[in-house]
Design a protein around this ligand. Structure first.
Ligand code: 3H9
Length: 681
């Protein structure tokens, strides 16, 4: 026995190394020591003829301990442990349940046999940490599934179910659900004395790819857009190529190690590893312990049949939660339902869900024209027009129909939640659930905590968002909450620069080169320039474009013109409008501005607003702001989000950059910079 390892010998000389190190049996030093001790013990014990490696708790090993990558390695390292295991001349069986991920799967691939329960999943998700499978995965997986399939699996990082893994040969046998240990021991008994297969000895699946560099070039070219800015995919491709090209397994391993080390030292991986923990941190609320009771949400009402409420309804339906969809008119309701149906049918056509799954979802919707239909709902989400008076009216009426204890949520993106809550006699049951469009796709939900929202309601909203597969970020009440408020600065500065003579294209290109999928003007054209609530107080380019009936891609173009295929082109009309507004407002041209300067001018103010959001305790922590920007606005994850990015470039530089733009830096930013400290460390 060790702290986390139990070593028992079962009938027939089967040594079982059982590891139990919650929460996910990550292969940190404690787990490594436990496996090392168990394997040495059974290797030296003549009575043991075969070994089973199994885990307790909810999963097999879910990977290397990601937190350890920031520290010097401690022996036995993963490689030392794996070498030890591979050198044991007794058959070893990996018994998998839950998820065998990263170094967990790599460990299983070193074992001679793999058995898994049908509910298990296996995968190599290192790419999402900006890494590659660095414990033999890039060399062994192609030897089992071939280079093309291995590339797909490692680049998507998505785990595959055990049944699929069996088909692919990644596992050898399926076990009975609930009978893994018995089945693994039984399998071990049958292989004693037989030559134990080793993945490293195989060539059959990689040899056909040898001498075909075009496989990798094509793959890179096909995925160029998706890989932009990321470092890991390129190195994964090189490592897989090495698996095919370098016949000598150990030489291939050396190449993998080199490529892994390069990624581990990269800023992209540092950012992505930071993000891994940041995303999990958002659920932790200092004054609301995890043990806070939550309310069961089985039936939900969604009000407002527009695109937003349709997406919100779909998020619940996807999670198997019944929705009553309420609209003011029959036409709007029918239209809303038709859109939902169409979206699901499109998904079915693309093979993303079965017709039965579509039917199950649609059967969960009850359409209604009267708020009275929401009398029994556990939660009601309002997504009507973004006007305080309209929202207050809905909340007052809801207060009258909703059962006591029901939670009333608003999807407002800018308004004062406390004012909305004041229209009810139960402000403690009112919370913001701010989804981002398209709500059924985007993973961010800002949970807005009003001045009087109860701890139970906040805890329920956070847990519910997770149940929907979303990432909840808690925000206090302020105009725009976290993501819209900070990213609004990017738009404001983009407007400023365009009035100083830069073209929308120059600005968008600089922002795209930074890593965003779209620049601010492309985004505005896509969303539409006539979105309500812009509330401009002075003459703006967007306002003049709307007056000229240029609403964006949907009508007559906006900042850009669009050809028949929808491709954007510079617009002489927009250029004239920009020049007119600049002249009317007396704004002088800025002269030459480099790409790097454009990025600083647009994004330092985002950091500054983030500092204010922190200073005002709107966000709990800097990493929550990063998660909101990444998931709400597709801020490039390989930079870690605005606050991590600012820390990486140095806060002093940000303060100086703001000063150069005549923007007053937030006190917290100035103080943190002066202390030589950082937001995210
Ligand atoms: C790797 O293996 C590199 C090798 O190729 C090469 C080495 C040389 N490490 O997600 P959850 C924590 S790279 C440390 O909420 P779920 C997590 O922070 C690794 N901690 O649960 C959280 O902590 P807290 C490749 C980890 O049920 C708690 O566990 N592997 C790790 O929703 C629960 O996590 C991966 O990338 C870890 N590896 O999902 C897999 N994993 O409670 C990463 C989890 O304090 N993990 N934690 O917030 C996952 O994808 C999910 O955690 C998993 C469970 C699917 C396993």
């Amino acid at each position: 026995m060790s702290e986390v390892g139990t070593y028992t010998v079962e009938d027939g000389g089967i040594g079982v190394v059982a590891i139990d190190h919650p929460p996910v049996n990550a292969l940190g030093i404690v787990t490594r020591r436990a496996i090392d001790a168990g394997c040495r013990k059974f290797a030296d014990d003549d009575a043991v003829k075969a070994i089973v490696l199994i885990c307790g708790g909810r999963t097999f090993i879910a990977g290397a301990d990601i937190a350890e990558f920031d520290h010097p390695p401690i022996a036995p390292t993963i490689h030392q442990l794996f070498d030890l295991i591979e050198a044991i001349d007794k058959p070893i069986v990996a018994a998998i349940h839950g998820t065998a991920l990263g170094a967990g799967l790599e460990l299983a691939l070193i074992c001679n046999y793999r058995i898994a329960v049908p509910s298990a999943r296996v995968g190599l998700p290192e790419v999402s940490l900006g890494l590659l499978p660095g414990a033999g995965g890039t060399q062994r997986l192609p030897r089992i599934v071939g280079v093309e399939r291995a590339l797909e699996l490692m680049i998507s990082g998505a785990p595959v179910p055990a049944t699929k893994a069996l088909e692919l040969g990644i596992i050898d046998v399926l076990a009975e659900e609930g009978g893994l240990r018995e089945d693994a021991v039984a399998l071990a008994r049958t292989v004693i004395g037989k030559p134990a297969p080793r993945v490293r000895d195989r060539q059959d699946m990689v040899a056909p790819a040898r001498g075909h560099p075009e496989i990798y070039a094509d793959f890179l070219q096909k995925n160029a857009r998706a890989f932009r800015g990321f470092k890991a995919p390129g190195n994964i491709v090189k490592a897989v190529e090495a698996a095919a090209e370098i016949e000598d397994f150990d030489a291939g391993m050396a190449r993998e190690a080199e490529l892994f080390a390069e990624l581990l030292a990269s800023p992209e991986s540092a950012a992505q590893r930071y993000y891994f923990f940041a995303e999990r941190e958002t659920a932790k609320i200092p004054d609301i312990p995890r043990s806070t009771p939550t309310v069961a949400i089985d039936t939900v009402g969604v009000i407002g049949g527009g695109a937003m409420s349709g997406g919100i309804a779909m998020s619940f339906l996807d999670a198997g939660i019944a929705v009553t969809l309420v609209e003011a008119s029959r036409e709007a309701l029918d239209r809303g339902l038709a859109v939902i149906r169409e979206k699901y049918q499109n998904s079915a056509q693309k093979g993303r869900m079965t017709p039965a799954q579509v039917d199950r979802r649609l059967a969960l919707i009850t359409p209604a024209l009267d708020l009275a239909a929401l009398a029994e709902a556990d939660l009601i989400v309002e997504a009507v027009v973004e006007e305080e008076s309209a929202k207050k009216e809905v909340f007052a009426r809801l207060d009258a129909v909703a059962r006591p204890g029901a939670i009333l949520a608003s999807n407002t993106s800018f308004l004062d939640l406390d004012a909305i809550a004041s229209a009810t006699g139960r402000p403690d049951r009112v919370v913001g659930l701010h989804f981002f469009p398209p709500a059924n796709v985007m993973r961010l939900v800002e949970v807005v905590r009003g001045a009087r929202t109860s701890a139970e309601v906040v805890a329920t909203a956070m847990a519910l968002a997770k149940k929907l597969g979303k990432v909840p970020v808690l925000s206090r009440v302020c105009a725009g909450f976290i993501a819209n408020r900070i990213m609004g600065e990017r738009g404001r500065q983009a407007d400023r620069l365009v009035l100083q003579g830069l073209t929308p294209h120059e600005i968008d290109r600089a922002i795209q080169d930074f890593g965003f999928a779209m620049g601010p003007f492309q985004m505005m054209d896509l969303v539409g320039l006539d979105v309500p609530g812009r509330g401009d107080t002075e003459r703006t380019v967007a306002g003049d474009l709307v007056k000229a009936d240029r609403l964006g891609q949907k009508r007559n173009g906006g900042y850009y013109d669009y050809d028949d295929q929808g491709a954007a082109m510079p617009s002489p009309v927009a250029a004239r409008i920009i020049a007119d507004v600049a002249r009317a407002r007396g704004i002088a041209a800025a002269g030459q501005v480099s790409s790097e300067q454009i990025v600083a001018r647009l994004l330092y103010p985002v950091v500054n607003e983030g500092a204010k959001v922190l200073e005002e305790h709107v966000a709990i922590r800097a990493s929550d702001i990063d998660v909101a920007a990444i998931l709400g606005y597709n801020w490039p994850v390989f930079t870690g989000g605005p606050m991590f990015w600012a820390d990486m470039i140095g806060l002093r530089k940000v303060v100086d950059g703001l000063a150069a733009q005549d923007i007053e830096p937030a006190k917290l930013l100035v103080d943190t910079a002066a202390r030589g400290a950082a937001f995210t460390r």
